[in-house]
Design a protein around this ligand. Sequence first.
Ligand code: SAH
Length: 395
Amino acid sequence: MSERTRVVLKSGKDQSLRRYHPWVFSGAIKKIHGPAREGELIDLYDNKDEFLASGHYQNGSIAVRVISFEPVETDQLFWDQKVANAWKLRETLGLTGNLQTNVFRWINAEGDGMPGLIVDYYGGAAVIQMHSIGMFRNLEAIVESMKKAAGDQLHTIYNKSESTLPDKPGITGKSGFLMGEQERGEVLENGYRFLINWVEGQKTGFFIDQRENRKLVGDYSAGRKVLNMFGYTGGFSIYGMGGGANLVHSVDSSGKAIDLSRENAELNFPGDERHAAFAVDAFGYFKDMKEAYDLIILDPPAFAKHQNVLSNALQGYKRLNQRAFEAIAPGGIIFTFSCSQAVSRENFRKSVFVAAANARRKVRILHQLSQPPDHPVSIYHLEGEYLKGLVMEVE
Ligand code: SAH
């Protein structure tokens, strides 16, 4: 074995690692033998000196993110294999070389065995978001591997980690182009066109995780009046229009998002007057609402970023869903989502149930939704299943 720093865990704290959970919390560490530099690859041992895993060290609540449960060197070949495997899965899913959809998640952190690394693919442009210093230290090799795996299907690589990497001394250059310099582009999702600005947009530019759920909205839209709350790029709205809705209203508190939804509606349905977009707060919109919608989509930002604000978040979901239950026309359909990792499927459903009861409506669940397969979840790391949705019919 190498001369790497050895991190020894307290007795009993090896259990989750033996079940292949990829995180070690700082409180689990008994002793560190050697220098523990930010982002460095270290080896984990139990207190009987048995090797457990290798991972990236970082000062913080999650102290180690496991990269391998076998002894490894993270050389170029190591990253080549990991990145190529991730690409291969998207090939298996029919997402690469697809003429209808050329936007997908290429690397989904723990779900692809690469904790701390997100890569989204926009028709030839890859956008990287790193959450760990360990990934930052390996960026050059990862970029090399990406070029090898995607070949001529890649023309741009943009690193967008300014807001996702923690502030650490000596860590600079968190964002910038690593290949090409294209800042925006047009992509296809299920045949619909979307303008993406990965430099300026939210997250990596688009909420790719709603692809299949957007399609389902299209299936329910014929003849309906659709309200797309928290619409951002207008993704759900475009599918609603394509599905034959009578009218579609996009609401978002961000003016930029509303402009985007208008642009995308115009791109797909030029001159179509069924779409209107409003830059207002969701709760304010519900209060002054005049239209009797019969399809409402609620896709708010994560209400709970941490476990300690969980009860506030559940309260937020309850209030929001109650407004929708109170407002929706009889026979209406509600699509409601939570993308908070800290909120379990069970808790989310409970909040929506209380909302329905408070509004005194008869409600049936038609679908229970999740994230698509290019956002895979490691069976050992169920925290990776963050997107939860319900489709309900309201009598
Ligand atoms: N449904 C979108 C993604 C939504 S992201 C899609 O399919 O792509 C959440 C959006 O909610 C953001 O665009 C943000 O600007 C908006 N938002 C946040 N708080 C809001 C509020 N109080 N009222 C309305 N919109 C809000």
